[in-house]
Design a protein around this ligand. Sequence first.
Ligand code: ATP
Length: 358
Amino acid sequence: MTTYRIAAIPGDGIGGEVITAGVEVLAALAEKDGGFNLDVQSFPWGADYYLEHGQMMPAGGLDTLKGFDAIYFGSAGDPRIPDHITLWQLRLNICQGFGQYANVRPTRVLPGVKSPLAGIGPGDFDWVIVRENSEGEYAGIGGRAHQNFPQEVGMDVSVFTRSGVERIHRFAFELARTRPRKLLTMVTKSNAQRHGMVMWDEIFDNVKADYPDVQTDKMLVDAMTTRMVLDPKSLDTIVATNLHADILSDLAAALSGSMGIAPTANLRPEKDFPSMFEPIHGSAFDIMGQGIANPIGAFWSASMMLEDLGEKPAAARLMAAIERVTAAADVLPKDLGGEATTRQVTDAVIEALRSAND
Ligand code: ATP
């Protein structure tokens, strides 16, 4: 029997609550499946660790994680520490340190969940946003000079490399090809950003020639926000830069019913380093410790993790259990209009897994 080694990093805020719930659900799934084991080791990295040690994770943290098959991550962010420190020293350190260049964010309205869009329900849209996850606006290049003087300057430089852009476009085409509609929308801002973004567009057109079976279109990021709201059924697979996709996927999550549902995978397709799976929401300090965080984003992320590990039937079983619970609509968390606690939603999903006949 295969045993997968999973590094769990609950992180900050509600991260601990949803990752604990996710680990419980994964254990129930492994027990039901009987074909694999999960060896989960938890790491207490994040804001509390920072306040004690002056860094979000230890210096040799990446070396420790390297030996795992996958990373299951909660969230990083704490009002006591500037956001750019929590983000860069933990999540981005792992994403960039392991070359997890493809960030995949599926969005759809689950059965029983209400989209804020009038007339849109389950089955009406099914998107996958592919976010470039290693460079672009998150390259970390820039600086500040003359601090606190009137002439102070602050610069963030977006970096687009031919190899980085080509590999994410190819990844998006390969993914679009596996989906029923074979439709890929490329998001850009090459009217205003006339260097890196123009190269982004050109490389997309070059790569497109290798995928004649995939239909494509191109949107400026501003117009894309309106299309997602006004014509959601017209979209399928979407590829965008690090920053654009970050913004669009929060909008996508809200349109699918709540930030609490949406999952994401930070993939290292070559598999020479572990990939990382996490709900897209942040630490949500406003609801931390109340036991009401929606764990579904963490469960869906766990399903993506199993799929990437090659356990496709177990991944599908977990999604089916989540959808049975949302469809029944009697155990929905607060953000989905219900009254259920994290504990109750977790128990309902575990019960749905155990009672499934497959
Ligand atoms: P960060 O700064 O770490 O990104 P944040 O608190 O600013 O986090 P999010 O956590 O992404 O932002 O979410 C915004 C709001 O959405 C939260 O304040 C919370 O009210 C709600 N929310 C997010 N995730 C969940 C969840 N899993 N369950 C319930 N509500 C959630």
